[in-house]
Design a protein around this ligand. Structure first.
Ligand code: MLT
Length: 235
């Protein structure tokens, strides 16, 4: 198994032009998009559609009139949406179908669409990811770090590195080695990593420190989200 990594949004822009047909892409947007998606799946959501734009989200709800709209712009709930992007909002009962759009996370998920498989990754489901990789042993794994706006995000690289670290039998590319080395700096202190990240600081400063704590939980949910035909389901 070869583990590669895409560490920044500039590289994510190029993914649609690459041949990903042999790759399992695992997308990390730890603060907070993929953590919210996994929290929703763990609390009974059956179908989550990640979309890139706000217009696309409203159009998706025409197809899915029973869906709730969730997501953020600049961290805040979008006008006319039912939910923001706090993972704790996704614990609510009765969220069967969700359409979500966020600044980086849903963009990264959609950029991987042509991959053999696309999995949703976070610290929250780390053990499930490791178990599934061991079970399926794909030839090529691409860890996709969603980032924040146009920048690399420490927390995404940390989570990618944790997964790389948990696969000692794999051959790592230089990018995956970088992620692994970052993770080793924070091993056992993952919350510190999230708190030291730019995103973590912004969330804490805006009264959302509870989200940082939530997203720092390791392997809380034994759930894998798989994106197929534009929709994420438990897989
Ligand atoms: C994103 O997709 O850029 C993030 O999830 C933003 C956020 O923290 O809500």
């Amino acid at each position: 198994m070869i583990i590669d990594a895409v560490l920044s949004p500039a590289e994510i822009d190029l993914l649609p032009q690459q041949d990903l047909t042999k790759a399992v892409c695992i997308v990390f947007d730890v603060l907070r998009a993929t953590s919210s998606i996994l929290t929703g799946l763990a609390h009974g959501a059956e179908e989550i559609r990640p979309v890139v734009s706000i217009d696309e989200a409203f159009a998706a709800r025409v197809q899915w009139p029973d869906a709730v709209l969730g997501g953020e712009r600049f961290g805040d709930r979008i006008d006319g949406f039912d939910l923001g992007n706090s993972p704790q909002e996704y614990c609510r009962d009765g969220l069967r179908r969700i359409v979500t759009t966020t600044t980086n996370g849903t963009v990264a998920l959609r950029a991987c669409e042509a991959a053999r498989e696309v999995w949703v990754g976070a610290l929250l489901n780390m053990q499930a990811l490791v178990g599934r990789l061991r079970q399926t042993a794909p030839e090529r794994v691409l860890l996709v770090c969603a980032g924040t706006f146009r920048e690399l995000a420490l927390e995404d690289v940390l989570a990618a590195g944790m997964l790389a670290c948990a696969c000692p039998e794999a051959t790592l590319t230089d990018a995956a080695h970088v992620a692994r080395a970052l993770y080793l700096q924070y091993q056992g202190r993952e919350l510190t990593g999230l708190e030291q990240s730019k995103n973590g600081g912004v969330l804490r400063a805006s009264g959302r420190g509870g989200d940082v704590l939530w997203c720092a939980q390791i392997s809380r949910f034994p759930v894998i989200g798989i994106l197929r035909d534009g929709v994420i389901k438990k897989g």
